[in-house]
Write a protein that binds this ligand. Structure first.
Ligand code: NDP
Ligand code: OXD
Length: 314
């Protein structure tokens, strides 16, 4: 059984070592040293070079190194085989940490107190609302969104979520679809985005959307936290809304262009917290374990897990 690793990242050798250790019967190759293309049954990919997947005539399954699959779906001539995304409790846990940390940073005004500290100023300046006074709304109620919602609810925040299909989650106001978006935004002080990038979500985080967020909350204005994908956000609109007050602050882990160009005004904006798309990085060995398990299932004729709905794009 042959597996091809095709990814633009430095840990290709790490994946190969891990897969060989955990799946000794796997013949692991790394693009472009693919050997006989007809012999390749599986591919493990992150932003694979264009055309690679289309060149594998006997491919059975594509595995995404990440939870998101937009990096694969942009490929031309994608073979009609199952695409399996990475779902892993440790990845989910770390995304939950990122979301809680950023909600708390804005809620407890960590940036503002850091500024006072830099001036050696001891001052209790701002009112301190409890979590139960703040309305957090999570866009995307999938694996990551549901976990984040549960963790934020435990901290005491008033939670709502928005998804494509209607959900029912105890203690969480659930909104769905286009009709649900307006009322969801209108009750949201802190907006967390954990959506995939698809044609439907492209550019969704724009001035029009920000202007629909609640303006009567205990913070000086609405907050945006985006760890979904950069192409969901219009960065010029984020900057504009930070000016107009439609946004008070933002935490961004993902960007229209990555790495974020050094000329971007987002870097120096005092109300923007930037992280380099590392809200929750896939752990190499966890990916290898997952892929070996999924291949074992497939070879035994059992259904693969976390297969992407190619029509929906996630
Ligand atoms: P899931 O597929 O489990 O969940 C996706 C959610 O988004 C679902 O609730 C889905 O609705 C909802 N959704 C999709 N399209 C729409 C739409 N048009 N309108 C409303 N809701 C929509 O994905 P995960 O939770 O596992 O991951 C989410 C994303 O997080 C990934 O796609 C990836 O882009 C990003 N990510 C970022 C990382 C980082 O480090 N920054 C790390 C890992 C992932 P429904 O439930 O109705 O289907
Ligand atoms: C992912 C990511 O999709 O790291 O897993 O962005």
């Amino acid at each position: 059984m042959t597996l091809l690793i095709a990814c633009q990242q430095s840990s290709r050798d790490g994946f190969a070592d891990g897969l060989r250790e955990l799946g000794p019967t796997l013949d692991v190759r790394i693009w472009p040293d693919a050997g006989d293309l007809a012999g390749i049954r599986y591919a493990l990919v992150w932003k694979p070079p264009q055309g690679v997947l289309a060149s594998l005539p006997n491919l059975k399954v594509v595995f995404s190194i990440g939870a998101g699959v937009d990096h694969v779906l942009g490929q031309s001539g994608l073979p009609d085989v199952p695409l399996v995304r990475f779902v892993d409790p440790n990845l989910t846990m770390r995304m939950g940490e990122y979301v809680c940390m950023n909600v708390l940073m804005h809620h407890r005004r960590v940036r503002d107190y850091a500024e006072l500290q830099s001036q050696a100023t001891w001052k209790e300046v701002w009112p301190q609302p409890g979590a139960n006074e703040l309305r957090v709304g999570v866009m995307g109620l999938g694996v990551l969104g549901c976990d984040a919602v549960a963790k934020l609810a435990m901290l005491g925040y008033r939670m709502a979520g928005w998804s494509r299909s209607q959900k029912k989650i105890e203690g969480v106001e659930c909104f769905a679809g286009e009709d649900g978006l307006k009322p969801f935004l209108a009750r949201t002080d802190i907006l967390v985005c954990l959506l995939p990038h698809t044609p439907d979500t492209d550019g969704l985080l724009n001035t029009e959307l920000f202007s629909g967020l609640a303006r009567d909350g205990p913070l000086p204005g609405p907050v945006l936290i985006n760890a979904g994908r950069g192409k969901l956000q219009v960065e010029a609109d984020i900057l504009k809304s930070l000016e107009t007050g439609d946004l008070w602050a933002a935490s961004l882990d993902v960007f229209e262009e990555e790495p974020l160009p050094s000329a971007s005004p987002l870097w120096a904006h005092p109300r923007v917290i930037i992280t380099p798309h590392n809200a929750s990085i896939s752990d190499d060995m966890a990916v290898c374990r997952y892929v070996v398990e999924q291949i074992a299932r497939y070879e035994k004729g059992e259904p693969l897990e976390n297969v992407v709905d190619l029509k929906q794009g996630y």
